[in-house]
Ligand binder design. Structure first.
Ligand code: LCS
Length: 406
């Protein structure tokens, strides 16, 4: 019914994925050359998908196109709220009042603003590492220091070092904790007990918390997402971010949901935020929440298949790689430290030696040396070719070297 094996040509669409990699991954311009033509790369980097957005979403945009006028637009009334809140109730058993919902042209811009609105200069922002780098950039942008709490890696299963988190949260300079729930890049779905422990630390230290739940719809089928808001039902200093962008491959539409409990923070947001939304994006997001669920369930099944395929492939071809299927996201987090020195520029190695674009190492702030992150949201045939090239490049380089027991 849905064809996730279809290979779609993304050239000439101004896609970051195809045209923006030199700048984003390598901080280079068009003069940077590779032994591969751009169209020969297997692209497993930025977190968008190689799958078409569902037809119901495109139909929603088409209905809006047919209205023919695209003047200044904002989410008014209850239709959008009804669609999105019903989604949260249905899927997460979680609810929030309409007045708490504000819109943003993306979660990154929301993080940049929220750090400004919430913290004072000298106050510091706490998050778990490895981390999606924009948590750090949001602090840097506002000239706020960061404090990082390294996750513990137990055979590829990441857990929170609660003693360290509690100590860093207790520092009086720490006033904001940004939680990635579920976690990019490790793919962890935080269990209820873990969220409860984090909640206690947040409460004990009276911290603000932003729970970035952008990946919450994309879980393996045996996993369940718990919004932090459900664990902290009465905590006012909580902001929750969710979006249709990852779920339905709509990142370029730039629409996301920010749920702000504190009336004071909401007032600050509404007085300073440039509050307009794209009319096509509203139509896309609303249609997705109203009618996109069957497609999402099929997508999740396909992604589960891509993860098991990857696990089998790596176990067979790269026995010293450590990999555990991510509980959430379409991102695989692979430990190649048996094969590479900690300071190796892994994205550069794989671009030159394998013709694969991926992210890795210090692109995830810290506690990430020797790791690569592979975007598995692509047709199986592309995934297979990407893995083949990655394994071949690593094995070619290491022919004859003893790497220790698998
Ligand atoms: N928050 C997290 C945790 C993300 O992983 C991403 C996208 C965003 C926010 C971006 O939100 P937006 O502004 O698009 O609404 N993650 C990406 C990544 O890991 N690579 O490319 C994008």
């Amino acid at each position: 019914m849905y064809d996730f094996d279809e290979i779609i040509d993304r050239r000439h669409t101004n896609a970051m994925n195809t045209d923006g990699f030199r700048d984003y991954i390598f901080h280079a311009d068009d003069t940077m050359t590779f032994p591969y033509k751009d169209e020969e790369f297997i692209r497993m980097w930025v977190a968008d998908m190689e799958f078409a957005t569902p037809d119901v979403v495109i139909d929603g945009m088409r209905r809006r196109l047919d209205k023919r006028i695209f003047g200044y637009t904002r989410v008014f009334g209850s239709e959008y709220y009804n669609a999105f809140s019903a989604w949260c109730r249905r899927r997460y058993g979680w609810d929030f009042p309409q007045e708490q919902l504000v819109m943003s042209n993306g979660i990154i811009p929301a993080l940049y603003e929220l750090v400004d609105y919430i913290t004072q200069p000298q106050e510091q922002v706490l998050f778990l590492t490895p981390s999606y780098a924009y948590f750090k950039y949001a602090a840097d942008f506002n000239a706020r220091p960061c404090v990082c709490c390294d996750l513990k890696d137990q055979d590829g299963y990441y857990t929170v070092d609660f003693a360290d988190l509690a100590a860093k949260a207790a520092d009086p300079r720490t006033t904001l904790f940004i939680l990635c729930n579920p976690h990019n890049p490790t793919g962890r779905v935080w269990r209820r007990e873990e969220l409860e422990q984090m909640a206690r630390i947040i409460q004990d230290n009276d911290l603000w918390v932003i729970s970035d739940e952008i990946h919450c719809d994309l879980l393996r089928r045996d996993q369940t997402h718990i919004p932090l808001g459900k664990v902290m039902p009465d905590y006012e200093k909580l902001v929750t971010c969710m979006a249709p962008s990852k779920t339905f491959n709509l990142a370029g539409m730039m629409i996301s949901n920010v749920i702000i409990r504190s009336p004071e923070l909401r007032r600050r947001w509404l007085s300073r935020h440039y509050n307009f939304d794209n009319p096509l994006s509203i139509a896309a997001a609303q249609s997705a929440y109203e009618a996109g669920e069957p497609w999402l369930e099929a997508l999740r099944a396909y992604l589960d298949g891509n993860f098991s395929f990857t696990a089998q492939y790596l176990a067979r071809e790269l026995p010293h790689a450590k990999f555990r299927v991510s509980e959430a996201t379409y991102l695989a987090w692979v430990d190649l430290s048996a094969y590479f020195a900690p300071d190796e520029q892994l994205p550069l190695f794989f671009a030159y030696e394998a013709g694969v674009l991926l992210e890795g190492g210090n692109m995830f702030v810290q506690n990430s040396d020797g790791f690569i992150r592979l975007n598995l949201a692509c047709p199986r045939a592309i995934l297979e070719e990407g893995l083949r090239r990655i394994c071949q490049a690593v094995n070619t380089r290491h022919t004859g070297k003893y790497l220790g027991p698998a």
